[in-house]
Design a protein around this ligand. Structure first.
Ligand SMILES: [Zn+2]
Length: 197
């Protein structure tokens, strides 16, 4: 879905991917960009167990609180992304932020599948990837795209750290693992291992 991304005083038009993981009964929504109704169309009446944010750039979390109100599910985010979250969703008078902290190695189960949280800082300090062994895929947010690592030119990003995260956490996965990205087309771990060298 289309919308904007703003940071460091600049605003860009962006197309974001939204991923919904689960079975016919229940699901987890990965990122909440731009448009609640469009996300709910994909959810199609299933119980949403969680809204998992790959990182807190505004194009990934802008409608997370609005979606939470419609489906009564907790928002999960790695706490290292708090400064980015607060740029988009400043604390209200109750000090409310997201609901549950993500941590490296944590498992989220949905529809019989286990989602493993991999903390992969670099694009953002609290960036995570979500590995689903049963489906042979990983949701990488903006950490790894078809063609290489995510952008690290803006505030709160670090190029050396993202490369280390990719090498340590993502390249530990099997080559045939399908990579579902936050923007653009799928790739595989094997293809990106060759690209990054
Ligand atoms: Zn981002």
């Amino acid at each position: 879905m289309s919308g904007t991304f703003s940071l460091d005083g600049e605003t860009h038009e962006v197309d974001n991917n939204v991923w919904v993981v689960g079975d016919d009964e229940q699901c987890v929504v990965v990122d909440a960009p731009h448009d609640v109704d469009a996300i709910l169309e994909v959810v199609a009446g299933r119980t949403v167990k969680a809204i998992v944010c790959t990182h807190a750039h505004d194009d990934h979390v802008r409608v997370a609180p609005a979606l939470r109100e419609r489906v009564t599910a907790p928002i999960l985010l790695h706490p290292d992304d708090r400064p980015l979250w607060e740029l988009t969703h400043p604390q209200d008078e109750r000090g409310h932020l997201w609901d549950v902290d993500l941590e490296d190695g944590q498992t989220i189960t949905v529809g019989g599948a286990a989602i493993t949280v991999l903390h992969t800082p670099g694009h953002a300090p609290g960036a995570v990837c979500l590995y689903v062994h049963d489906l042979g895929c990983v949701f990488t947010g903006d950490t790894l795209f078809q063609g290489g690592p995510g952008a690290t030119g803006r505030s709160f990003s670090d190029e050396d750290v993202i490369k280390e995260s990719i090498r340590e956490k993502l390249f530990a996965l099997p080559d045939e693992t399908v990579v579902h990205t936050g923007h653009g087309d799928d790739t595989t771990i094997g293809a990106e291992r060759v690209n990054l060298g």
